[in-house]
Design a protein around this ligand. Structure first.
Ligand code: PEP
Ligand code: MG
Length: 322
């Protein structure tokens, strides 16, 4: 990317009719922060914390994790820092956790389920996050929440960690914002109740598409079925946007569709105003947004929600040059 292209990226993003849109970065490694800053992300909407766990041959200690999260928070652009707790299981298997063998790992002991079953590992990570977030805004987000009950259970562990840190006289963030990834159809169906209890929600469409359509996101044999341009996905997104608005809950999309300049107009039309993506996608998504009128976008989204067939949805996108 040239200097000129960099300088053409705006610090803030507005639609053609001057509605504020926020573009944040998804990052996997500390080194990704360079791009997040270069492409002027307004914050980090998703830090996938599993990478330090995958490259080691044992669980990183609280101190090791603390050092990583601390550096992240110090070096990240913007005000918002969203740390996602461990999302392992599914296709992300730790070499030192081989004893878990499952026939259907994507439906198994993955993400928040693994952490709730292995509470010590969960507590270690939460304490490292809470300590690293002392004195700054800290958002902690749980992946693969399937019910309000999951959220209550996870919050209880956060409360226990807060208590322990206080008892031990350590510096920590006393009021972390707690968020939920909406990645399962079950979470969509209880979105209002989740929004009532969570400080924010973020839609993980990579998984939501997989679990709604019942199509493995990493299986080439069924890749043709894997699409967000599906009536059920659009209606689910609408339900999430409406539920969050009703409960005045901060909502974003952090799945890959957030960085898809073909889909962004419809996502805005459905009511979303905040998107987290691979930072390299920010320039083209921002340019696209600057041409969007939110009233027109809402009309297009409305028309699309009427379509009942996948083929009709795809046809609409093509015929409207979206
Ligand atoms: C998602 O599922 O959309 C998501 C952002 O999380 P991941 O891709 O890490 O599963
Ligand atoms: Mg996911």
């Amino acid at each position: 990317i040239s200097e000129e292209e960099i300088s053409s990226i705006g610090e803030q993003t507005y639609t053609a009719d001057k509605k504020r849109i926020r573009l944040l970065a998804n990052i996997n490694l500390l080194s990704d922060l360079k791009n997040a800053t270069l492409f002027k992300a307004e914050g980090i909407g998703l830090y996938r914390s599993e990478f330090p766990f995958i490259i080691r041959d044992n669980f990183p200690s609280e101190e090791e994790q603390f050092q990583i999260y601390k550096k992240l928070i110090e070096r990240a652009p913007g005000e918002e820092m969203t740390l996602r707790t461990l999302d392992i299981g599914g296709d992300k298997i730790l070499s030192y956790m081989k004893d878990i063998e499952e026939e259907n790992p994507f439906l198994g002991l993955r993400a928040i389920r693994f952490l709730l079953k292995n509470e010590k590992i969960f507590q270690t990570q939460l304490k490292a996050m809470l300590r690293a977030g002392a004195g700054s805004n800290l958002r902690i987000m749980f992946p693969l929440i399937s019910s309000v009950d999951d959220l209550i259970a996870a919050r209880k562990v956060v409360d226990k960690c807060l208590k322990d840190l206080k008892r031990d006289g350590l510096k920590y963030n006393k009021k972390p914002e707690i968020g939920v990834m909406i990645e399962l159809p079950s979470a969509v169906m209880v979105i209002e109740e989740i929004c009532e209890m969570a400080d924010f929600v973020s839609v993980g469409t990579n998984d939501l598409v997989q679990y709604m359509i019942g199509v493995d996101r990493s299986n080439d044999h069924v890749a043709w079925l894997y699409t967000a341009q599906h009536p059920a996905i659009l209606r689910a997104l609408k339900k999430i946007a409406d539920g969050a608005a009703l409960k005045k809950c901060d909502v974003s999309i952090c799945g890959n569709i957030a960085g898809d300049e073909k889909l962004i107009e419809i996502l805005i039309g459905l009511g979303f105003r905040k998107f987290s993506m691979n930072p390299a996608k920010i320039p083209e998504v921002q340019k696209r947004i600057e041409k969007i009128d939110t009233v027109e976008a809402a009309a297009k989204a409305e028309a699309l929600l009427e379509k009942g067939l996948v083929s009709e949805v795809k046809e609409y996108f093509e015929s409207h040059g979206i």
